[in-house]
Design a protein around this ligand. Sequence first.
Ligand code: PMP
Length: 429
Amino acid sequence: NTPYIGPEEVLRKKKEYLIPCVYHFYNQPMQLVKGEMQYLYDSTGKKYLDCFAGVSVVNCGHCHPEITKAICDQVTTLQHTCTIYLTQNIVNLAERLAQITPGRLQKTFFCASGTEANEGAALLASIYTGKHEFISLRQGLHGRTKLTMSLTGLSLWRTDTTPVGGISFAPNAYCYRCPYSKRHPECDLACANEIETVIKTTTSGQVAALIAEPVQGNGGIITPPPGYFKRVKEILDKYNILLIIDEVQTGFGRTGKMFAIEHYGVEPDIMTMAKALANGTPVGAFTSRAEIADKYTRPGASTLGGNPVTATAALATLDVITKNDLPAQAAELGQYLKNGLSELQKKHPIIGDIRGLGLMLGAEMVNPDKSPAPQKLDAILEQMKDRGFLIGKNGPDRNVMAFQPPLVITHDDIDNLLNNLADVLTAVA
Ligand code: PMP
């Protein structure tokens, strides 16, 4: 006699009352009812190791006691006022972000999702430069509004048949399937160099910004080689084009540094954040250096953006991340998991490529001729779910197994995951 309606009834109501674009994983999905750090529980009491963290959101773990307490204290004291009144946590949070974000990034606008953060960043770029075009990378994902979907290169997420104009696409740094059939470093970063050709040939010269994820998440954990973003920035600077770095999926320790762009030693002109910033409380933000941000002076309000509860949740999240040095933990555990996956790859040629940084890792599933193997991946993920492991899936061909667990996962959890994966890979092969 549980209080839960169960997965069949959830599915039935979902079909009847949610717009069908809200899609779900698994042939036999479960109803999740409880989270505890790196573990999730379904309505039957079955326990799962969460290897996806709700797409890089609960970096500190589900229902982290310190974050939960901070939220509860705030929600029972002052839940909401709009930014037209003064409250202190929104400014304290902005100050903290100025301290932890790269270089001169200093002034922040808070909103409620990653989509909105990218939409706002694009607007700020236009306000500052007076230009209206954008460049985006193939396989990138930036959101689901009219503009951010138009900036999204990944065809699965481009539902809109009438996208916004003035957006040009450049190749992403997909080294495993290099469109030039080259290898790094002999390639001399041909994909980055191509951006200059795009600027000169497919734009009208009115480009406000290029937007890119430092590591493409939904695109298949596409991890650019060293030097990539330095080259991109040099090209953009030559044409007075801003660099917007979308850290929505990569930020807050996920890749082994606080922000993934730090791996490339580049300072973005504008940076966007969401997801893990408040460990699951809806938040988004874009930040820029004063020179750019100060051009945005006309009134702009986000009713829920950085409200007392969200700002408090984010401050508590940042405390947990820094106090426990979760970026360093992600680097160490990520290497441990990567090594384990590399061992599996030796025995299982279905694993064509392993890539990523920290605890944002992808394993691309392929057939012997290197063609994508999405059905085999689905079979693997279903069996892993039945064994109590929730793993993600992404990439343009939906054949990349994605590991993005809470950063508080343990070595034992990883050993367990790898042992089960070894069995399932053998079974599916
Ligand atoms: N940017 C990136 C890189 C993302 O991964 C996502 C969501 N998957 C978004 C933007 C959109 O964020 P949200 O769903 O919070 O609007």
